[in-house]
Design a protein around this ligand. Structure first.
Ligand SMILES: [Zn+2]
Ligand SMILES: [Zn+2]
Length: 289
């Protein structure tokens, strides 16, 4: 037996309630993770403050940016025992057409902690072993980081990472990050790490100041420019930096959105969201920066 507990949401804005549970034994291909850290995503705030509905009925522990250590494993998942891991914010099925076509983030059978299953605002969580990300603790220590600190990699960092990869960002590319908040701030850093010339656009001077020290070569406060002037400033920057011109190829074109909106509500990156123009995103997406 493990004396585990989690803090569950029973209703929007109601104080979280502590609930005891025993996660043993985990089902086949599932593991129990002792939670080291769990980030708070804007999606969690949307559930809690704005009444955005979770797929799993309340009461439910929120939290989907989880790192920790595997302390129990079901049949077939024994190799994970004892390992430090990051739990992906969405565990895709790996078998459907979307998964097979490289779009696991919009898998219809996905399981999202704190939305489809009990989440990480807890001492322990049970999750499918599929998709777990092992953490190299030696490298973590060498970087001066703790396992708890890298929990946000599960969503806040991997979301813009996926956007940067899908956008085909290369050394010398021009990357324009619109919204330099929780996700966009990481997008600036990831795009810069890929070698891009990064322009960050926001209406919050403090956010722009923050990302100026972390990879944004140009920051523009959209509150101070009209659209024409903003475009001119970016074009001049691209010219000064000799950024390659977009050629309209698939690597530069915005990917067409899938037929229906993604579940979960946290896959919008202001940088390159296929849904940014959709009514669904405007009304439901809780990850606005
Ligand atoms: Zn799938
Ligand atoms: Zn999220």
């Amino acid at each position: 037996m493990i004396a585990a507990h989690r803090w569950v949401m029973t209703a929007p804005k109601a104080p979280l309630v502590i609930e005891a549970f025993d996660p043993l034994p985990p089902a086949a291909d599932h593991v129990v993770v002792a939670v080291a850290g769990c980030g708070v995503c804007h999606t969690d705030l949307g559930y809690y403050y704005d009444g955005v509905r979770t797929n799993h009925a309340l009461p439910l522990a929120l939290g989907h940016e989880i790192s920790g250590r595997v302390v129990a494993a079901g049949a077939g998942a024994e190799s994970w025992l004892g390992r430090a891991v990051i739990v992906p914010a969405v565990v895709a099925c790996g078998e459907c057409d979307l998964c097979r076509n490289g779009r696991p983030e919009i898998c219809r059978k996905q399981q999202m902690p704190g939305n489809d299953i009990q989440g990480g605002f807890a001492t322990h969580i049970t999750v499918p072993a599929r998709g777990l990300c092992p953490v190299d603790e030696a490298r973590l220590a060498a970087a001066g980081l703790t396992l708890a600190e890298v929990s946000v990699v599960a969503d806040a960092l991997t979301t813009p990472y996926a956007a940067v990869v899908r956008a085909g960002v290369k050394p010398g590319s021009l990357a324009i990050v619109i919204g330099a908040g929780g996700v966009g701030g990481y997008c600036v850093q990831v795009a810069a790490a890929f070698g891009a010339n990064v322009v960050a656009v926001d209406v919050d001077a403090a956010k722009l100041e923050a990302v100026a020290g972390y990879g944004a070569a140009l920051t523009l406060n959209a509150a101070s420019y009209d659209a024409k002037a903003l475009k001119a400033a970016i074009l001049q920057f691209a010219k000064d930096r000799a950024c390659p011109r977009p050629n309209g190829s698939s690597s530069n074109a915005r990917a067409p959105p899938p037929a229906s909106p993604p579940r979960g509500g946290c896959w919008c990156t202001a940088a390159r969201c296929a849904w940014s123009a959709s009514p669904w995103t405007r009304s439901r997406c809780a990850s606005r920066t």
